[in-house]
Design a binder for this molecule. Sequence first.
Ligand code: NAD
Length: 458
Amino acid sequence: MPRVTVIGTGYLGLTHAVCLADLGHQVLAIDVDEDKIAKAANGEVPFFEPGLEPLLRKNLDAGRLRFTTSFAEVGAFGEVHFLCVGTPQGSDGGADLSFVHAAAGALAPQLTADCLIVGKSTVPVGTARQVLSQVRAIAPAGRRVDLAWNPEFLREGHAVQDSLTPDRIVLGVTSDRAETLLREVYATPLGSGVPLLVMDLETAELVKVAANAFLATKVSFINAMAEMCEASGADVMPLAEALGYDARIGRKFLSPGLGFGGGCLPKDVRAFRATASSLGVGSVVSLLSSVDAINQGRRDQVVTLAIEAAGGTLDGTRVAVLGVAFKPNSDDVRDSPSLAVCDRLRAEGAIVSVHDPVAMPNAAKRRPDLVYARSVFEAAQGAELVLHLTEWSDYQAIDPAALGRVVARRVIIDARCCLDARLWHDAGWTMRVLGRGVRGAGSPLWAGGLGGCPPEKS
Ligand SMILES: NC(=O)c1ccc[n+]([C@@H]2O[C@H](COP(=O)([O-])OP(=O)(O)OC[C@H]3O[C@@H](n4cnc5c(N)ncnc54)[C@H](O)[C@@H]3O)[C@@H](O)[C@H]2O)c1
């Protein structure tokens, strides 16, 4: 089996390194962040990912996985080098490829044998060939360097399972040698029937951004339908359920609410739009502009509802926010819809107290001046308005009667459409759910809807 290195040990790289070691490979992983490497070498995962830490420890103990900060060591060790560094959004909306080029530039001069470099980072179409030229220009003379692109589809919160048993493996290659080496690396999942799709570099790069663009479009589609429901008095939840039964549509990613966020979908949509714009592909530009605008609009809509619920102004209103992670089962707050809402609430003068089961330390690094509560009850103490912004299962288990005893006013906005409206209503709460129109007297939703009458402030 080829010896493997993994360059960049963030969410993607650390998971990839651990899972390759668990498949039986000898793996050496590197990062420029010395603290991350020290933690990983000590068996600690520096982010929240269910199941990853025990697997890291198991493979450290088995001697299959090591960590370093030396590119010389990586160059001497690996036959297959996986590039897993970040590709954040640049100032122009396109992908910032500086980490990719820095990593390739640090690796290439250190190569002591023929090798295959495999990009896993999400990049604009055309990047792989640029990296290949860059590496070949600076690799030691006489070394054969191949390059492949192998986009990653893992989901944070399910990363271990997604890495060990992916839906499919996509390989962009320029040589048979690259394909052969990667078939060896992935022999176990391929042997268990995971589909393999081999294509050219450009198509492989595009598969990843096209997949994320489709998922984002699905979310924004159902949120556009949620806006129709809000405006017409209909209810997006049964609508989504009814659509989802159509096998051509499917239920997944059809959850209305506050929209998508995180370290991938928003930046990948914008980077794809920037690439399409530079290539003059207007259809993709206009599609993705709408997807992004609908997504941002949901954040504004929550703030509009909050202002309405507070009687016309949030100035001085105490607001409890439940959830700051961009999604449940993650501590990732990159482009968190909840944090964006918190910013807008505070700009309107609200006094905001937040809670999250795991993401508060990361949120505190980005928003040190928010008030972080140790429990839901502490966050809600004296609150005049509660906002449910990340759908942790813990929040669906809240006893509305008990929470009602600590708040100043029993008013809640469910921006994730998954709390039991009847339960909260029966406990004396006034509730508004994003995407659910108001159905008149007796409705657990407050009367009047967007243009109507929110509960009176006591
Ligand atoms: N997080 C996900 O769920 C996910 C899923 C699929 C694809 N991706 C893609 O994978 C890539 C990485 O994403 P991530 O979420 O792991 O990012 P991340 O920011 O968590 O990790 C990137 C890591 O790369 C390291 N790094 C930067 N420059 C380096 C260099 N020159 N040499 C070595 N290490 C370096 C950083 O220190 C960091 O630890 C991105 O392109 C992303 O779009 C991410």
